[in-house]
Design a protein around this ligand. Structure first.
Ligand code: COA
Ligand code: AMP
Length: 632
């Protein structure tokens, strides 16, 4: 026996075909799939094979055909420009169909890649849905990445077209996008045939004749494009995410499983009803933005809020409350760091009390560990459930959550509650043995993963296997460490690889090391993530200089900070590095990054028996103190 959660969970893992076939009835198919789950090419599982649908049709046209054309699809709320604009499903569909026509007119067809490098404006959503409409594969690149990172993605995705805007607005700063885009195209080996540039009021970007097209010009003479049927297994998008090296992973999302899982999640995880307002305060450049600003709310017939601002400073720490009250938001989804920012500026919740949030239902947080302090603060002030949930770019939707639409469990601060239906989460030791309750280990998900999760990496099946399924055969390795308690609650304690999480942004310390290693005076280096009260983690650099280096240490550290900002982007928040004589290593030469991480966090540690020279650890302890970290 069991409640609604247990029933759903048991069916999802014992009879996944039945469970997901039922969920797939909520989607309009041009052609029904012949099989729910195809297991013929393990570890590559495919959902809804031979099925045909169009994601854009399901997100827009379907609602118009069922009488909801006048309902608001997007509320664009931009405190940085002072604009609040409501766009109905009909208006959005028309704009999308026209932009899709413009893409088609420039030779973009099903399967072609289109990179979207845009700020949080409706045109970003229009471009994404237009690609979906004609079966083109979009790849959105977060605006905070530097040209070099954009170039890496251009070379991997090989887009025919790039869609961008003249500028973004970061708080009070105007960020010109066009020079960054031009520089990225210059660096990349692959060159797109065309770029469509949306000219914002703040900046008019000069266009490159023959290559660049003004957005308004492109749509002026374009016809409209209809939805084309695509296979359920055809890619909808590629989203690059940080791995352990400088080469990001191109996570592929297919059309069928994605539409089915996301629509299911809106009701059962987030407890939403169609017609209500959902707000994911994230960025379209991240997976949260893809899934919960764009696709899931629209597929489910909700209104989504597109917010161009920050939790603080645009104009004050009351802006989240203002948006919720103004637009009758039922569920807000954001990262804990956003709440830490609000708490820092308004610890007593004085701004909160200015607004009526009686209609608000739940706060969902994800993207990094929800520390109990932030949980208690948010929950005390809101007096509504604060729901931690855990997921990754790779999965595209939550792996563990307190599923508000199924059954509410008591909340345990620090835990994202239980595995969501579809996910068989287990804790293993390094040899693949199951760990007992309460014991920390490596978090894996037994295959197959549910619909909507990554089928593979873009044109790189080998890397998919190497990263995710080779480490523990029969399982998907999440890269996270954690444990399950006796009540079946999961605790995610952090990454066990070289991925860090800075202000809810996933970054690779390996990529930072690759940049630092290019400095002519650096012999070797290590970057580790240290805990930070505000941003969750911050990167710290440790560098060993070449013999006979003439430059002083402070100048070298400044060079490194500038290099990372220039090559990865401001979003890396790499601001601190220290010169050390040596790095701690094993006798076989492996740098002891996890020990260094513990030292930076002031935790107790035991030097591994394989350490080459334990004295170096004392030097590292002294070095982290100079940066304001370590044992206080
Ligand atoms: N375009 C250009 N630059 C960007 C950018 C973008 N889209 N996003 C961030 N940056 C820049 C910032 O301006 C900042 O630059 P600076 O060093 O010149 O000040 C730098 O990158 C670091 O940004 P960030 O770490 O975001 O710090 P912040 O002080 O600007 O904002 C928070 C802090 C907590 C308010 C913000 O990080 C936030 O809202 N985070 C939530 C993250 C999120 O939504 N994650 C998705 C999972 S839900
Ligand atoms: P991203 O792919 O950017 O969504 O980052 C995924 C990573 O963020 C996960 O592997 C975790 O390390 C971390 N993460 C996301 N949500 C949570 C959460 N609720 N609790 C703990 N860690 C989380």
């Amino acid at each position: 026996m069991g409640g609604a959660y247990q029933k759903a969970y048991d069916q999802s893992v014992n009879k996944p075909d039945l469970f997901w076939d039922q969920a797939a009835k909520e989607i309009v198919w041009y052609r029904k799939y012949t099989k729910v789950l195809d297991e013929s090419r393990k570890p590559f599982y495919r959902w809804f094979i031979d099925g045909e649908l169009n994601t854009c049709y399901n997100a827009l046209d379907y609602h118009i055909e069922t009488g909801k054309g006048d309902q608001t699809a997007i509320i664009y709320d931009s405190p940085v420009t002072g604009v609040i604009k409501k766009i109905s499903f009909s208006e959005l569909r028309d704009a999308v169909a026209r932009f899709a026509g413009a893409l088609k007119g420039r030779g973009i067809a099903a399967g072609d890649r289109v990179i979207i490098y845009m700020p949080m404006i409706p045109q970003a959503v229009i471009a994404m849905l237009a690609c979906a409409r004609i079966g083109a594969i979009h790849s959105v690149v977060f605006g905070g990445f530097a040209p070099n990172e954009l170039a890496i993605r251009i070379d991997d995705a090989k887009p025919k077209m790039i869609v961008s805007a003249s500028n973004g607005i970061e708080g009070k700063k105007i960020i010109e996008y066009k020079p960054l885009l031009d520089r990225a195209i210059e660096i990349a080996k692959h060159k797109p045939s065309h770029c469509i540039i949306y000219q914002r009021e703040q900046v008019k970007a000069p266009l490159t004749p023959g290559r660049d097209i003004d957005w308004e010009e492109a749509v002026k003479n374009a016809g409209t494009a209809d939805c084309v049927p695509v296979k359920a297994t055809d890619p909808l998008y590629i989203l690059y995410t940080s791995g352990t090296t400088g080469m990001p992973k191109g996570v592929v999302r297919d059309n069928g499983g994605h539409a089915v899982a996301l629509k299911w999640s809106m009701r059962y995880i987030y407890g939403m009803n169609p017609g209500e307002v959902f707000w994911a305060a994230s960025d379209v450049g991240w997976v949260v933005g893809h899934s919960y600003i764009v696709y899931a709310p629209l597929l489910y017939g909700c209104t989504t809020v597109l917010f161009e601002g920050k939790p603080v400073g645009t104009p004050d720490p009351g802006v989240f409350w203002r948006v919720i009250a103004d637009h009758d938001v039922k569920v807000l989804f954001t990262a804990p760091t956003a709440f830490r920012a609000i708490k820092k500026e308004d610890p007593r919740g004085e701004y909160f009390r200015k607004y009526d949030l009686s209609g608000f239902r739940y706060l969902f947080l994800a993207g990094e560990r929800l520390d109990p302090n932030t949980y208690h603060w948010a929950s005390d002030i809101l007096k509504k459930p604060v729901v931690d949930h855990w997921w990754q770019t790779e999965t595209g939707w939550a792996i563990a959550a307190n599923c508000m639409g199924l059954e509410q469990f008591p909340i345990k601060p620090g835990s994202p509650t239980k595995a969501v239906p579809g996910y068989r989460v287990e804790i293993l030791d390094a040899d693949g043995k199951k760990m007992p309750p309460g014991k920390e280990g490596l978090v894996v998900i037994r295959l197959p993963l549910p619909p909507g999760t990554l089928p593979t990496l873009w044109q790189n099946d080998d890397k998919y296997k190497e990263s995710y399924t080779d480490p523990f055969p029969g399982c998907y390795f999440t890269g996270d460490g954690g444990y399950v308690d006796r009540d079946g609650y999961l605790y995610i304690m952090g990454r066990v690889d070289d991925v860090i999480n800075v202000a809810g942004h996933r970054l690779s310390t390996g990529a930072m090391e690759e940049v630092i290693a290019q400095h002519p005076d650096v012999a070797e280096c290590a970057v580790v993530g240290a805990s930070d009260d505000f941003k969750g983690q911050l990167p710290l650099g440790f560098v060993v200089l070449k013999e006979g280096t003439k430059k002083d240490n402070a100048t070298i550290v400044k060079d490194l900070v500038d290099m990372i900002r220039d090559q990865i982007g401001a979003v890396a928040v790499f601001k601190q590095a220290v010169v050390v004589k040596r790095l701690p290593k094993t006798r076989s030469g492996k740098i002891l990054r996890s020990t260094m991480r513990k030292i930076a966090d002031g935790q107790d540690y035991t030097a591994p028996s394989t350490i080459d020279d334990p004295v170096i650890l004392v030097e590292i302890e002294e070095a982290v103190v100079t940066l304001g970290y370590g044992k206080k």
